[in-house]
Design a protein around this ligand. Structure first.
Ligand code: HEC
Length: 254
């Protein structure tokens, strides 16, 4: 390939290569830290180590199979009330678990008769005090995952921050000489396209858990294009023989 100009990575002066490399190394470490952080937050959402589709569903959509209160009434608290009483409590939960219906539907009497003997402030057991309605309410709510306000906050931080990182990674990579133009353009555009898909897939997963796989596809594609641009840039700067050398540094060396 004939190189008629000096605007390629291999031929840059050492100081510009050092600047580019320093930036690339620091953003790569930042990327690794982001992956560690994802493992430690979302990775544990399903109670097991490692990021899975379930983790993403629990994080964004929530665990809507039921509330803690309902699950306990089918589990360890099953013997505490009759089938009829438990059905009555569960109906109340499904109808929205409001304080008015708590009193009017007779659920309050069931709690007083069957639950408060243990679930009170003086029981000495580390269990919630059901003389306080809020303690019941908290356990009656279905887990609906990330709130819209937290999604909006994390979305705009990611869009601004990641677009900025890929601006410079892409700019450095755009000076690579050994990559065919179509591939170059695709590698530069991929992270931006998948950044939008990634953010959109969080919102879609919040609405429908089937979109969780899209979060993984988009995040993975972004990471792959980052790795590709990073490796090509580093290779052309430090391993590829220099051609049409830029002698800006050499003037100072002499
Ligand atoms: C004999 C005492 C006793 C009675 C009566 C009782 N509970 Fe419990 N409850 C416990 C204990 C002990 C735990 C903690 C162990 C567990 O979660 O199984 C608990 C835990 C719970 C939890 C989980 C709380 C949390 O935040 O971790 C819920 C929900 C619950 N009970 C609901 C009820 C309801 C509803 C009733 C009445 C129908 C009831 N319990 C009656 C002893 C009791």
């Amino acid at each position: 390939m004939a190189l008629s100009h000096n605007l390629n990575l291999a031929s840059q002066g050492t100081s510009l290569k050092a600047l580019f490399s320093g930036y690339l190394i620091v953003v790569a470490v930042g990327y690794l830290m982001a992956l560690v952080q994802i493992q430690l937050t979302h990775g544990l959402a399903d109670g097991e180590y490692g990021l899975s589709v379930d983790d993403i569903v629990y994080s964004y959509y929530g665990n809507r199979s039921g509330s803690l209160l309902e699950n306990k009434l089918h589990g360890s608290m099953k013997p505490m009330a009759s089938d009829e009483e438990r059905a009555q409590i569960i109906t109340w939960i499904h109808q929205g678990a409001t304080e008015e219906t708590y009193e009017s539907s007779g659920v309050k009497q069931i709690f007083e008769a069957k639950c408060i003997a243990c679930h009170n402030a003086d029981s000495g057991m580390p269990i919630p005090d059901y003389t306080n309605f809020q303690a019941i309410k908290d356990r009656a709510l279905v887990d609906t995952g990330a709130s819209f306000s937290s999604l909006a906050r994390v979305s705009h931080i990611h869009l601004f921050g990641i677009a900025f990182i890929f601006m410079f990674v892409g700019l450095i990579f755009s000076l690579a000489a050994g990559v065919p133009k179509p591939l170059k353009v695709i590698a530069i555009c991929t992270p931006y396209a998948f950044l939008l898909v990634d953010i959109a897939s969080w919102w879609l997963t919040k609405l429908n858990p089937n979109f969780a796989w899209l979060v993984i596809v988009a995040g993975g594609s972004m990471a792959l294009s980052f790795a590709f641009m990073w490796l090509v840039s580093m290779y052309e700067m430090w391993i590829l023989p220099r051609r049409g050398v830029d002698d800006r540094d050499a003037l100072l060396d002499e």
